[in-house]
Write a protein of this length. Structure first.
Length: 179
């Protein structure tokens, strides 16, 4: 279309005083050329679909085959790239879900330990020795569960000018620290 407009402008500039019959002949020739171009494109399309191949020679068929192989290769590359992008996105989402699961697991462990402590306190078990310290920023609970010492420590996040990850609760059971 761009080349058609350029040719029109060129002819228009070259012959400002073109007669009506000359202009009609120009547009007829241009229309015939566009019809031929459309016919060639339709024939090429049919050949790419595997139709009307009987008039082609070995060289033409080889060229068509190579063109189709190149197109198929490009399609597979685009498909592979889309699949790689989706896999990366799913991996990111999976990592976020895993992190959330770890955090929820930590919270569950803390609640479970608090529940054990409270049940021991309610049942009045003498082996549950407790030490509770409290301040505006930290809470600490220690209890003896049988032969093991359970120590829970929670702290409030520190407020600062820049964002910092809040401290995660620290739980240690005996001599093993679980974060």
């Amino acid at each position: 279309m761009k080349s058609l407009l350029e040719r029109y402008q060129h002819v228009k500039e070259g012959q400002q005083l073109m007669s009506a019959s000359t202009e009609a002949k120009f547009w007829q020739a241009e229309g015939e050329r566009l019809r031929q171009q459309l016919h060639n494109l339709q024939e090429n399309h049919r050949q790419l679909l595997g139709q009307h191949l009987c008039g082609l020679g070995l060289e033409d068929l080889s060229g068509l085959e190579k063109q189709l192989e190149t197109s198929l290769h490009n399609i597979r590359l685009a498909k592979d790239q889309l699949m790689i992008d989706e896999i990366e996105e799913f991996n990111k989402k999976g990592h976020l879900v895993h992190q959330e699961n770890v955090e929820l697991h930590k919270k569950l462990n803390i609640i479970h330990q608090e529940n054990i402590y409270l049940q021991n306190k309610l049942n009045g078990k003498p082996e549950a020795n407790e030490v509770i310290t409290s301040s505006s920023s930290r809470r600490s609970i220690a209890a003896r569960d049988g032969a093991n010492l359970v120590h829970l420590e929670l702290s409030q996040p520190h407020h600062a000018e820049r964002y910092e990850e809040p401290e995660s609760p620290t739980l240690w059971y005996g001599e093993i620290y679980v974060l």
